[in-house]
Structure formats: C-alpha cells, structure tokens
Design a protein around this ligand. Structure first.
Ligand SMILES: Cc1cc2nc3c(=O)[nH]c(=O)nc-3n(C[C@H](O)[C@H](O)[C@H](O)COP(=O)(O)O)c2cc1C
Length: 349
C-alpha cells in the first residue's frame, strides 16, 4: 500500500452507526478528511464480534456479511476522495459496555485485581453521569476468564472480520493491541495473571496478539496491509506496560506479520489520567517511544499524540518515525494537509 503523504487520520470512534452498519454521515466525515489531504484514513474502532465485545450499539460491526455494503461504500468514497482506507478492529474485552448492559460476562485474560479510583467523576455534570450510566444499563462487569475455546473463537472471528474488510475493498486493517481492550490487557502483566501459555512471560502475554496477527495475515495475504496499534508505555498505575516491553512486543508483532506499528499511549485509569493517554496534552507525547520502537523493527512506524505539523515534519525528516497521525487536529480542520501542501499553514484552524 502506498499513500500520497505521511499524514494519517488515527482511529476516532464516531458512534453514529445504526446496529453496526456504517451510515452516510460517517462516510461524509471520513471523506472530508480524505479530501482534505490525509494520506491514510483509519476508521474508529469496529467490533470484530459485534454486538459481542462492542463498546456501543453505534459502533460499526465486522461480524457479518451484512456489514460489507456499508464498508464498501466507505472504501469507495475514501478512494474517490484520493486517500486510502484502514479499518480499525477490536474486541473491547472488559470494557465492552454492550456485553455489560446485556448481562453477558465480559471476557478477560483474568479478573482485574483492582478497581478504578472514580473520584474524578465528581467533576462530571449530571447529564454526563447519566449518559455514562446508561451505556452499561447501570450494571457492573462480571468477568469470565477466557478458556482455550474462547481463544480459538476470538482468533477465527478476527480473521473472518479481516476477510470482510478485504472484500469491502479497504487497503488495510489495524489490529488494536492497546487502550485496555482484549489484546492490550493480555499483553499487560497486571491484567494478565494467567498461568497457561497465554500468561506469565512477555512472549506468552503477546501470544494471543501474535496469533491474531498471523491468522489475519494468513487470511488476507497481501490484500490488506496489517497495522498493529500498541502502547509504547502505559501510565498511572503499577504494572503498566513499559517501553522495553513494548519494544520487544513490537518485534514479535513484526515477526507475526505486522506491516506497520502504530505507537499510542494509555493512561490505565480512564477516569483519572486520560490526558496521559490516549488523549495526551503534551506535544509529541509518544514520539520518543515511537522512535525507540522504530529502532527495533524494520517495518514503518506511525507516531501519534499531538503531532503538530512542525513536530511531525522534523521527526520524519530525522528518520525518527515514518508517519504522523493527527487526530484532534484533523477533527478541528479536515483541510490541514492541503493547507500545508499549499504553503498556507497560517490558514490552519
Ligand atoms: C473523539 C476521539 C475518539 C477516539 N477513538 C479512538 C478509537 O476508536 N480507537 C483508538 O485506538 N483510539 C481512539 N482515539 C485516540 C486517537 O486515535 C489518538 O490516538 C488520540 O486522539 C491522540 O492523538 P491526537 O493528539 O492527534 O488527537 C480517539 C480520540 C478521540 C479524540
């Protein structure tokens, strides 16, 4: 897959699908960013086992052929606007609010040994609190430790989802191995307390992600590029993934078939340190981590986290990373890439 430039729209979920089907409003949103010049458009998280493992009933699904026409319309529209399309894929695991709301146990490597500090909720408005409560029907998660048949199911479900993304004519799929979702918690030593081949050493904790990557790769061949999103570091709680672990894991992902590594960051308590990750307030927040991972792999590396144009330009020029993803910047101004290309950065919102 080649792209017109090195600016990437990273995944930002829109929450406007209807029962998993992508609708015109979502297509229009991505087309505006494609027409604005971003070389690669990555969709918001899509649920490989929808509605199972979904964060919302308004999240796009990848679990049935009925979702292919919406994905095809999106791929065609993004291509017509001059960009390439990558579909982000995940199973939300312990934060799958649709499962919680429907009294289904959430799947996890093992039940967490901690509860979040919710004190920051005191800053929320009654309306915000109501909406958050409604997402899970006010219910608490019940955890189910995945057994080997759950693991086999997840791998084959992910490969089937990738096949649908390929049949829809997209250019790439991103496999989410971060942000507290199922593959990210398997990778983390605190969230994964298993004693079988999927827990313990880093190799064991990375095994499920590697098996998903390999199964996806085997199914889609060269039809799709396979991007892997990993936290270069996790923040705010003992047991967070370290940069050293992320580097080693990225090497394993490359060996398993990853065509690119997309380096994010994650604050482990979303009610507390969300601005450490995944929505950092620091400029170039994860750039050094991305650069360290690039040193260790031979596939391209994407940096994200307030990659302002001048920061991105220098980082790519210095060969620290290969691509810069700009999320909130492209929400604010979809035409940012075209304005830079036209030599009018002063017009960027
Ligand atoms: C509204 C919104 C929704 C997001 N949804 C996702 C998502 O679905 N999947 C994901 O991996 N990251 C998601 N993110 C994180 C972004 O991909 C990105 O990593 C983050 O915004 C930091 O980049 P930025 O500083 O360029 O905005 C989301 C961010 C925002 C602002």
């Amino acid at each position: 897959m080649s792209t017109a430039n090195r600016i990437v729209l990273p995944a930002m979920d829109m929450n406007v699908s209807e029962d998993g089907e992508i609708e015109q409003r979502e297509i229009d949103h991505y087309v505006a960013r494609a027409a604005g010049g971003a070389g690669l458009i990555i969709t918001g998280a899509c649920a490989v086992a929808f509605p199972h493992g979904a964060a919302s009933m308004k999240e796009p699904g990848l679990s049935d052929d009925k979702f292919i026409p919406g994905l095809t319309a999106l791929a065609d529209a993004v291509h017509a606007a001059g960009s390439k399309l990558c579909v982000q894929s995940t199973h939300h695991g312990k934060v799958a609010r649709v499962d919680i709301a429907n009294d289904r146990p959430v799947i996890a490597p093992s039940a967490p040994d901690y509860d979040y500090d919710y004190s920051a909720l005191a800053d929320s408005t009654p309306d915000e609190l109501g909406r958050m409560g409604a997402a899970t029907g006010g219910k608490k998660a019940v955890y189910r430790e995945m057994d080997h048949s759950d693991i086999a199911w997840l791998i084959s479900t992910w490969a089937d989802a990738a096949d649908r993304v390929a049949r829809a004519g997209a250019d790439a799929i991103e496999i989410h191995v971060a942000h507290g979702y199922i593959l990210g918690v398997f990778l983390n030593r605190r969230d994964n307390q298993r004693t079988d081949a999927y827990g313990g050493s880093l190799t064991n904790r990375a095994r499920l992600a590697c098996e998903v990557i390999a199964a996806v790769k085997e199914r889609v061949g060269d039809t799709l590029a396979v991007l892997v999103r990993v936290a270069g570091e996790e923040y705010g709680q003992d047991g967070g993934l370290t940069l050293e672990e992320a580097i080693e894991a990225s090497r394993m992902f490359e060996r398993a078939g990853a065509d690119a590594i997309h380096v994010t960051g994650w604050g482990r308590n979303p009610f507390d340190n969300f601005t450490d990750g995944p929505l950092p307030d620091t400029v170039g927040a994860y750039l050094d981590n991305a650069a360290a991972i690039k040193q260790a792999v031979s596939v391209p590396v994407i940096a994200v986290g307030r990659m302002l144009p001048e920061v991105a330009e220098k980082a790519i020029d210095d060969d620290k990373v290969d691509f810069a993803a700009m999320g909130r910047q492209l929400l604010a101004d979809p035409d940012l890439p075209n304005k830079l290309a036209a030599g009018t950065p002063e017009l960027v919102r």
